[in-house]
Write a protein of this length. Structure first.
Ligand code: ZN
Length: 180
C-alpha cells in the first residue's frame, strides 16, 4: 500500500512539470522581446517627426531615406539675434514680444526653421514654445503677464531641414532677460 503512494507522487509531479514546461518556456522569453520591440517601435515612429511631410515632398531621396537626420552635406545654422520688448496694453496687462533671428553658415537669414524656446514671465515659467522663422530669418515669440518683473527667453534648439544647429556659432547668447 505505501508503495503505491510513493510511486504515484513522483509520477504526478513529473506529469505536472512536463505539462508546465512548455508554458514556462513560452511565457518567459516573451515579455523581454515584446518590450524591446515596443521600444524600437517608439524610436522609429519618433524619427519621421524630424522630417515633416511637406519637406519630404520637396527632396524625396536626399534627406529622408536614412531617417532625415543627415542630408548629404548639411549646412550649419546659428542664432544671429535675440531681442525683445515688454509693452503694456490699455488694460494694464504686460506683453513680452521677442524675436529670434536664425542665420546659415554664410550669415544669410534662414526661413522654415523651427525655433524651440523656453519662456519665463514675472511669476511663472518655463513654458516651452516652438515658432517657425519667416523669410527674414526671424521667429516671433510672445507671452503675457498680469504682473511686472523679470522675463527671460532661452533658445533650446533650432531644427531645419538640411541644417545642423551650431550653438557655438551664435552671434548672441541663447538666453536673454528683460525687466519691466
Ligand atoms: Zn550670422
Amino acid at each position: 500500500m505505501p508503495k503505491q503512494r510513493t510511486k504515484g507522487k513522483p509520477v504526478l509531479a513529473a506529469v505536472l512539470v512536463l505539462a508546465l514546461l512548455p508554458l514556462v518556456a513560452l511565457a518567459r522569453p516573451a515579455p523581454p522581446f515584446e518590450t524591446q520591440t515596443d521600444l524600437s517601435t517608439i524610436e522609429q515612429s519618433a524619427l519621421p517627426d524630424a522630417c515633416p511631410l511637406s519637406k519630404q515632398a520637396k527632396t524625396p531621396a536626399a534627406s529622408c531615406s536614412g531617417g532625415c537626420v543627415t542630408p548629404q552635406s548639411p549646412g550649419e545654422m546659428h542664432i544671429a539675434d535675440l531681442t525683445g520688448e515688454v509693452s503694456i496694453d490699455p488694460y494694464g496687462n504686460y506683453l513680452l514680444v521677442a524675436y529670434v533671428v536664425v542665420h546659415d553658415q554664410d550669415h544669410a537669414p534662414l526661413e522654415q526653421v523651427e525655433v524651440d524656446a523656453s519662456v519665463w514671465w514675472p511669476n511663472g515659467g518655463p513654458a516651452r514654445r516652438a515658432r517657425m522663422t519667416h523669410p527674414n530669418g526671424s521667429a516671433r515669440f510672445h507671452w503675457g503677464s498680469h504682473v511686472a518683473g523679470r522675463w527671460k527667453l532661452c533658445v533650446d534648439l533650432l531644427t531645419g531641414e538640411g541644417y545642423l544647429y551650431d550653438p557655438g556659432a551664435g552671434e548672441v547668447a541663447s538666453c536673454a532677460e528683460w525687466s519691466n
